[in-house]
Design a protein around this ligand. Structure first.
Ligand code: SF4
Ligand code: SF4
Ligand SMILES: [Zn+2]
Length: 466
């Protein structure tokens, strides 16, 4: 039996027109169903476990945003991104594409719509992109992205410019090849002020990399992390999770991450999304949903991680992500600290800051490798440990250095795109056209590979065909 849960809007995968959509429950899972009057009916699995979907719905933040708007409402969502006055969340992370060139040819790359493009903004354009973020209310955390940003020899200068302009957290989204092969380049990035390496890391064996990235890469990944440890640069491991390829390696990835604490600060799981030319509707078995990741983590760590350790964040729609925080204890086990995870999810009476502010603080504080061990106060806290100074010092050290964040975000593709969710997006791509575009709108493509938005130094390209 089918039950309509709620209504929303989406896009037609063929013509990218805005069309009504329904979230429906069937056989205990949640689907997005929609009809285009000119084309066909479409249905996509968005969440396995309807009960958990309902449960996480209650964490949805109150809509609202105080950020300056850079575009007007003319055609309605999602065609007015800038952000427009209809957007319901502030920026927590900005993504800055600094090149479309890449040294890999990954079959699953969501930037594949950039194929053939030689977009590579010069420093003046990049300065303008930083200024756009400031104009919108920043500086906010920035992720240098691409293409492969480390192909630019002047990336350290780009980072240094951001630091000079007051950007307090700049991370580098990379496949790791150059920083594995060239430690001197990594050291220059570190010296320029880069805070974190956001490393594509799909698994712990080469068969996974051959399928997802087209070549063996595991040894290179290890070398990249080892180099980061040497220059004291923090790392977030970022697996793209694909059914029948690496869904069974979630536990192995966590065990690998534990071996590299404190250099590795966290693991950020991204279920595969279908961008680019993809002429058929992905089947249920092609989908990994957030509960699949949580269940896999619980099952593959033999209960070391528990379902209740994972919370939806409040910065964005509660079905856009999960967050958790663990301290690596001296017995080698991860111990959940949901009170600290709440720094990322906000609310629950724990913090009063707006969700985006809390999320920004969490990223800039927890996604970096502390430069020194925490200082011991003269008397400890004087409450929980009494005279046991050494125990207190060790606890402080573990909590501030030996921890692991485990987070996840399923990007929406044209099949799963839910405009209510998109309006609450807090991850925004800054363009050379002076706009901030929610990431899932920026990369969404029709089945023939047409994009709504391009990061090119021209006006927005609307590829809607109605
Ligand atoms: S996604 Fe946000 S910024 Fe873009 S059109 Fe919709 S409401 Fe406006
Ligand atoms: S990038 Fe996509 S999945 Fe992430 S918060 Fe924005 S809309 Fe949600
Ligand atoms: Zn259509």
């Amino acid at each position: 039996m089918k039950e309509v849960l709620t209504e929303t809007e989406s896009l037609c995968p063929v013509c990218l027109s805005r069309i009504p959509a329904k979230r429906v429950v069937e056989r205990g899972d949640v689907y997005l169903e929609k009809d285009c009057p000119k084309h066909s009916s479409f249905r996509a699995l968005i969440w396995r476990n309807a009960e958990l979907y309902r449960n996480w719905s209650q964490y949805s933040q109150q809509a609202g945003s105080s950020q300056k708007r850079l575009t007007d409402i003319t055609q309605g969502c999602p065609y007015d991104c800038g952000l427009c006055p209809d957007h319901e969340a502030d920026t927590c992370t900005t993504v800055m594409e600094v090149t479309h060139k890449c040294n890999l040819d990954c079959p699953i790359c969501f930037a594949s719509g950039n194929e053939g493009s030689r977009f590579e903004p010069d420093i003046a354009t990049i300065r303008g992109m930083y200024q756009t973020i400031v104009e919108a209310g920043g500086p906010y955390p920035v992720q240098m992205s691409g293409g492969e940003p480390t192909l630019r020899d002047d990336l350290p200068a780009i980072v240094a410019l951001g630091k000079k302009l007051g950007f307090y957290h700049i991370q580098i989204n990379t496949n790791g090849i150059r920083i594995a092969q060239n430690k001197e380049y990594l050291a220059r990035l570190k010296d320029s002020g880069a805070d974190l390496i956001y490393l594509q890391f799909d698994g712990v064996s080469d068969d996974v990399y051959r399928v997802i990235r087209g070549r063996n890469l595991f040894d290179l990944k290890v070398r990249a992390i080892s180099n980061c440890a040497e220059v004291r640069m923090g790392v977030i491991l970022v697996p793209t999770v694909v059914p029948n390829v690496n869904l069974h390696q979630l536990g192995d990835i966590i065990r690998f991450a534990k071996q590299w604490i404190p250099t590795v600060k966290g693991v950020h799981f991204q279920p595969v999304s279908y961008f680019g030319r993809y002429p058929w509707s992905p089947k249920d078995e092609d989908r990994v949903t957030l509960p699949d990741i949580v269940n896999g983590l619980v099952a593959q760590t033999n209960g070391e991680l528990k379902e209740t350790d994972f919370l939806p964040r409040r910065c964005e729609d509660s079905h856009c992500s999960f967050s958790s925080f663990f301290v690596l204890m001296e017995d080698g086990k991860l111990q959940a600290r949901t009170d600290i995870a709440q720094e990322a999810v906000s609310g629950f009476g724990y913090r009063k800051d707006p969700p985006a502010v809390t999320a920004r603080n969490f990223i800039s504080r927890r996604w970096r490798l502390a430069s020194e061990k925490p200082k011991q106060t003269e008397k400890g806290c004087g409450q929980c440990c009494g005279p046991n100074q050494e125990a207190w010092r060790r606890f402080l050290e573990r909590e501030s250095l030996y921890y692991l964040t485990i987070t996840g975000m399923p990007f929406q593709d044209v099949w799963t795109l839910d405009l209510h969710r998109l309006k609450r997006c807090c991850v925004h791509v800054v363009t050379s056209n002076k706009q901030l575009i929610p990431l899932c709108a920026f990369y969404v493509t029709s089945i023939s590979g047409e994009r709504l938005y391009q990061n090119l130094p021209t006006d927005i390209t609307l590829s809607r065909t109605d």
